[in-house]
Design a protein around this ligand. Structure first.
Ligand SMILES: Nc1nc2c(ncn2[C@@H]2O[C@H](COP(=O)(O)OP(=O)(O)O)[C@@H](O)[C@H]2O)c(=O)[nH]1
Ligand SMILES: [Mg+2]
Length: 404
């Protein structure tokens, strides 16, 4: 079940921090959850959604969504989410679910690292005294695992390969791109890594171990954007939240309660509460229908989300997609006046694309033929032409004019 051409975001972290709970909340799919390590042995894939304002109120006509449903003027745009279990110290050496873990990570566009803000799980996910573990260390520790992994890939048969680069006068960019094809690394990420670590491009055999490590770090930063979900905020140990603050080593942090979000989404589905993901509050429909334990659970959740201004879960996913993966939503149409497709459907598609995608690239995403025959795009609001190389603005309504 993969949304075609869609983004894929991974959920990563040591066992027992709440990855599967977060996954279930964001997808409302049921996968096993239990307070012990490795409940989730197979990676779980599902569809989550991020919110974008729907342009339909500007037209004053209802929309006819295809891929992304519209609720009161908000579109819910699907993305792929994968729950990646198996991170333990030494994962890059095959510990825990080591290589499987790294394999799942390879294809993601970026990931959310879930850490335990209660500080009550050790590196293997065993329950320990609250506050005895520092979640900021988990972030550094994952970074080191990933760097070790990339260094290892870079180092495979390195000297022989590097020598052939030198003999054949091959471009080092090409060499690195080939090396990391499996890692979903783009030429732009390689260029960024090479800017950050100015190695001698003509002589890779001379690269020092420190240079290779620094290159690996740069590649990771550029190709796997990350966000930290500081989970179990409902049981946060005071002080730990401060240690994470707004970011840890430059990686933004969002406090979450996956547990509260899952309960609220389930209660909403059961018709017990009115709650929309991302809302800072909820209302109970009929307090008389709730059992005493339900009332107690919802009271607890209310206290948490009042203190933290929501569960943070939807917000974390959206910051990942919009801020870290730098995506925008655009609405391709065939008729720039009525904002319809060929069958008269209003704003049928909401498309997620990287913000710097030129208009022609957006055309390719709609259909290869549209990209190949691209003449120009037309802005559905201003009716001005948009050139092939011009990026679109967030929430653009756009018609692609094509020869094909
Ligand atoms: N207090 C609290 N517990 C949570 C939260 N999210 C998950 N948990 C609990 O943490 C335990 C491990 O959760 P799970 O999702 O299986 O963790 P995973 O191993 O990382 O997939 C379960 O008992 C969850 O109910 C949360 O936000 N707050
Ligand atoms: Mg799990």
């Amino acid at each position: 079940m993969r949304e075609e051409n869609g983004l894929e975001v991974g959920l990563v972290g040591k066992p027992n921090v709440g990855k599967s709970t977060l996954f279930n909340a964001l997808t409302l799919l049921d996968v096993p959850m239990a307070p012990y390590p490795f409940t989730t042995v197979e990676p779980n894939r599902g569809i989550a959604a991020i919110r974008a304002p729907c342009p339909h109120p500007e037209k004053g006509t209802p929309c006819t969504p295809g891929n992304a449903k519209c609720v009161d003027g908000t579109r819910w745009v699907p993305i792929n989410l994968v729950d990646v279990p198996g991170l333990v110290p030494g994962a890059h050496e095959g510990k825990g679910l080591g290589h499987k873990f790294l394999d799942d990570l390879r294809v993601t566009d970026g990931f959310i690292q879930v850490v335990d803000l209660s500080g009550a799980t050790d590196a293997e996910g065993q329950i320990v005294a609250p506050g005895s573990q520092d979640p900021a260390e988990e972030v550094q520790w994952l970074e080191e695992e990933l760097v070790a992994w990339v260094v290892e890939i870079l180092g495979r048969d390195f000297i022989r390969q590097a020598r052939s680069v030198e003999l054949e006068g091959k471009k080092v960019e090409e060499f690195l791109l080939q090396r990391f094809t499996g890692l979903a690394v783009t030429p732009a990420a390689i260029a960024a890594a090479l800017r950050a670590t100015p190695v001698d491009r003509a002589r890779p055999t001379h690269w020092t171990a420190a240079e290779r490590e620094s290159l690996a770090r740069g590649l990771l930063t550029a190709s796997k954007p990350r966000l930290v979900a500081a989970n179990k905020m409902d049981h946060a140990t005071p002080g730990l939240a401060k240690g994470l603050a707004e970011n840890v080593d430059g990686i933004p942090v969002v406090a979450t309660s996956a547990d509260a979000e899952l309960t609220l989404r389930r209660a909403a589905r059961a018709g017990l509460v009115d709650y929309r993901p991302g809302d800072p509050s909820f209302t109970v429909r009929d307090p008389g229908r709730l059992s005493p334990p339900q009332t107690k659970a919802l009271d607890g959740i209310r206290a948490t989300i009042t203190a933290w201004n929501g569960t943070g879960v939807q917000n974390a996913l959206e910051r990942m997609v919009f801020d870290r993966l730098n995506q925008i939503v655009v609405y391709p149409v065939e008729d720039e006046t009525h904002w319809t497709d060929g069958r008269g459907r209003v704003l049928p598609d909401a498309l997620l694309v990287p913000a710097d995608t030129p208009a022609r690239g957006v055309a390719y995403r709609v259909h290869t033929d549209l990209g190949e025959g691209f003449i120009r795009a037309i802005d559905g609001r201003t009716h001005r032409a948009i050139g092939a190389d011009q990026p679109l603005t967030p929430n653009a309504v756009v018609r692609i004019v094509s020869r094909k």
